[in-house]
Design a protein around this ligand. Structure first.
Ligand code: DC
Length: 227
């Protein structure tokens, strides 16, 4: 099978990351969670109280940030490292979720991360998920998926994920966070979340996890056989 780039975009909590991970494992592809990269930058900005409106502070903070991923054999997961420190759990906390969209609006932040994402995907054989992968990062990706799901379904999934990490959170708080991020992520000036013209849309509200994975695997088979 030839190596391709698979771009999976969509709103927060519609199952992009969990689906992308399984697809990558099945194909022996690299999986890159670009949301984790925006979250790692946000964690750094929170820690050092960077003023998002001060361009020179943002610029010098970005120069001090190095993000990498390492595969953890015990958990079977690719984990996120910020300046050599494992921040996989920290970046999923609500205080980061509440700040990540304003940070992702900043063009300087996007420029740095998009550059790294293109480098990571250059050899192909990659599944990358985010908001602008099919539109900006890899507009020539061989397969583009745009995932959607009802707000309530997404909130319940996010709450369950947080509970599994021992973080108690009210459903209402998750709903408000998702609504606000949907709004900022889709309306920002630089690289807003939108479906690429040539993306396949998959609404996962009423699909089981296996069904959503299988739909994508079928699309991959078509692509790889046809091209
Ligand atoms: O996928 P996620 O929910 O972990 O992403 C967190 C935030 O990062 C999301 O609300 C917007 C931002 N993001 C982005 O702007 N562009 C991407 N390619 C990925 C994420």
């Amino acid at each position: 099978m030839k190596n391709i780039v698979i771009a999976i975009d969509g709103n927060s909590g519609c199952g992009k990351s969990s689906t992308a991970k399984v697809i990558a494992r099945k194909l022996k592809y690299i999986y890159i969670d670009t949301g984790a990269m925006y979250r790692a930058v946000t964690l750094f900005f929170i820690k050092y109280q960077i003023d998002l409106k001060n361009a020179s502070d943002v610029d010098s903070a970005l120069k001090q940030i190095d993000i990498s991923f390492e595969y953890n054999i015990e958990t079977g997961k690719n984990e996120t490292f910020l300046n050599g420190k494992n921040v996989e759990n920290k970046i999923r906390q609500m205080k980061v979720s509440n700040m990540v969209s304003p940070v992702s609006e900043i063009s300087m932040v996007r420029r740095k991360l998009v550059e790294q994402q293109r480098r990571l995907g250059k050899e192909k054989g990659v599944v990358m998920d985010g908001r602008d992968i099919g539109t900006v990062v890899f507009p020539d990706a061989e397969l583009k998926i745009f995932m959607t799901a009802d707000l309530e379904v997404r909130a319940l999934r996010r709450q369950k994920e947080l509970m599994e990490k021992n973080t108690e959170v009210e459903l209402e708080e998750v709903i408000e966070n998702l609504k606000s991020r949907d709004n900022i992520d889709s309306s920002r000036a630089d690289s807003p979340l939108k479906k690429a013209q040539d993306a396949y849309e998959i609404d996962t509200s009423n699909l089981t996890f296996d069904e959503q994975v299988n739909q994508i695997l079928d699309l991959i088979k078509d692509k790889v056989e046809v091209e």
